[in-house]
Design a protein around this ligand. Structure first.
Ligand code: FRU
Length: 477
């Protein structure tokens, strides 16, 4: 009999040949075919970075979750590996949901949520989520160990374990929902098998969401960061405009103590598509995050092409002033650069100039002289579909996309500080854009769907003058 893992491999091998590559990423993690969502199990093990992801190999829609798997020496060039987990056991028969990975001696341990219905698969009352473990010596094939934490009485939404080592103990945070209150629950263990309930690490105040998915908890500088993906936060002006958010709270914590923070929830990213980020601790001590570059329930035109979903470029987190997280593209991304082109100082007077007639995958670095620019709007366009511009009247940086054929339209923006210059580092892949503002002060990530005639990049100034003091770009290998 063919196992579910083998069946998944057979489906990928068959379906990958019919993938249309027009929007398929050149330098981001994506499945060879099929659907992906959250990054899972990010870890350094045995000389490799491993990344797993929520994966449905049989179609381009979400379905019973598997764990897809890739590995890399440098977080930039990824090698596909066999599917790591399939919903094979009674404990995860309806899906191997999100989770994390840790290195336990010479073993790689995956800790994930087993998702299962008992009876009617349409109601939350029949849904159970348990935390499970699978272990591997070679980092490629995994042996299931079954349930390590059963569903606490009264809970149904109880998922996305993130495990880490602190002193002599293992700790785990898990996302949960009680009524309309999102929670992060904390557990402790000495061996990864037996877990002790340590209570609630944090929970939502009114307005902070009914379910907190994908929690991650780590030390950064002298603070602790709780990163999570709340569902149910209402949009508030320019903030929280996506269906679901991903964001963080910064506070103080020590084992056995409460997490003390001031409920100041801030978004991780300010574009249209960034969800369920997870972090890893690199061997050289950096805190690196990858997110899913999509949003639940938004249009995903690549589904017609045999695939769906990708992960963001890895971003290094640093704690900045006022407990604001800086998120910078990792330095390893420079190894993707091919030919370098200098744009040089450019002055624009109510005009547009083409800088790249036909782009594919590209990194741009642009420095705008804000003090010398008085245009109402100025910035960069990718044909008519994407504009990244300063709006001088609101003093905001805007990312506007317009792909009306796919029902994708809208603006996201961030406030600009009163500084003289604005530095933008922009990564454009075939169906994504990631903008890093002023060396990590903000990031904005969105999906884009240009056709082959919509690949020219230009800089523009509307109604007035704009000065680009410096600009260069690299095509990406
Ligand atoms: C977040 C999420 C997780 C869950 C997974 C299921 O995007 O809903 O909470 O584990 O996706 O695929």
């Amino acid at each position: 009999m063919t196992s579910l893992l083998q069946q998944a491999e057979i489906a990928v091998d068959k379906n990958k040949h019919s993938v249309n590559k027009r929007w398929y990423p050149v330098f981001h993690i994506a499945a060879q075919a099929g659907w992906i969502n959250d990054p899972n199990g990010l870890v350094w093990f045995d000389g490799w970075y491993h990344a797993f992801y929520q994966f449905h190999p049989y179609s381009t829609q979400w379905g019973p979750m598997h764990w897809g798997h890739v590995r890399s020496k440098d977080l930039v060039h990824w090698e596909p590996l066999p599917v790591a987990l399939a919903p094979e056991g009674p404990e995860d028969k309806d899906g191997c949901f999100s989770g994390s990975a840790v290195v336990d001696g010479d073993t790689l341990a995956l800790i994930y949520t087993g998702h299962k219905f008992e009876g009617d698969a349409t109601t939350d009352d029949a849904m159970y989520q348990v935390q499970c473990m699978a272990r591997s010596q070679d980092g490629i094939t995994f042996e299931r160990k079954g349930i390590i934490i059963d569903t606490p009485p009264g809970l149904h939404h109880f998922r996305d374990p993130k495990v880490w080592r602190e002193g002599d103990s293992w700790y785990m945070v898990v996302g949960a929902r009680i009524g309309d209150c999102g929670q992060v629950r904390l557990y402790r263990s000495s061996d990864l098998y037996q877990w002790q309930d340590e209570g609630i690490l944090a929970q939502s105040e009114p307005g902070m969401g009914y379910m907190w998915e994908c929690p991650d908890f780590f030390k950064l500088g002298d603070k602790y960061v709780l990163m999570f993906s709340p569902q149910g936060i209402e949009a508030d002006g320019y903030k929280n405009r996506n269906l679901f958010q991903s964001g963080y709270l910064v506070g103080d914590w020590a084992p056995g103590q409460p997490f003390v923070h001031n409920n100041d929830f801030k978004e991780m990213d300010h574009g249209h598509d960034f969800y369920a980020p997870q972090s890893l601790h690199s061997p050289d001590g950096r805190r690196i995050v990858l997110g899913w570059l999509n949003m639940w329930e938004s249009a995903m035109p690549e589904q017609h092409d045999g695939w769906s979903g990708l992960l963001s470029v890895p971003r290094e987190l640093v704690l900045g002033k006022n407990n604001h997280l800086l998120s910078k593209p990792i330095s390893e991304l420079a190894s993707l650069r091919a030919d370098n082109h200098n744009i040089g100082m450019t002055e624009l007077n109510s005009e547009r100039k083409v800088i790249v007639p036909h782009s594919d995958a590209i990194e741009l670095q642009l420095t705008w002289d804000m003090a010398a620019s008085n245009a109402e709007r100025y910035g960069l366009s990718l044909a008519t579909g994407l504009n990244i511009y300063v709006d001088s009247q609101s003093n905001r940086l805007c990312l506007e996309r317009s792909y009306p054929d796919f029902n994708i339209q809208g603006v996201r923006s961030i406030p600009l500080a009163d500084t003289n210059s604005l530095f933008l580092q922009i990564f454009i892949d075939r169906s994504s854009v990631e903008v890093f503002v002023n060396h990590g002060e903000y990031s904005m990530s969105s999906r884009i769907y240009p056709d082959d005639q919509q690949k020219s990049l230009s800089v523009f100034a509307n109604h007035g003058r704009a000065v680009l003091t410096d600009g260069e770009y690299w095509n990406i290998k």
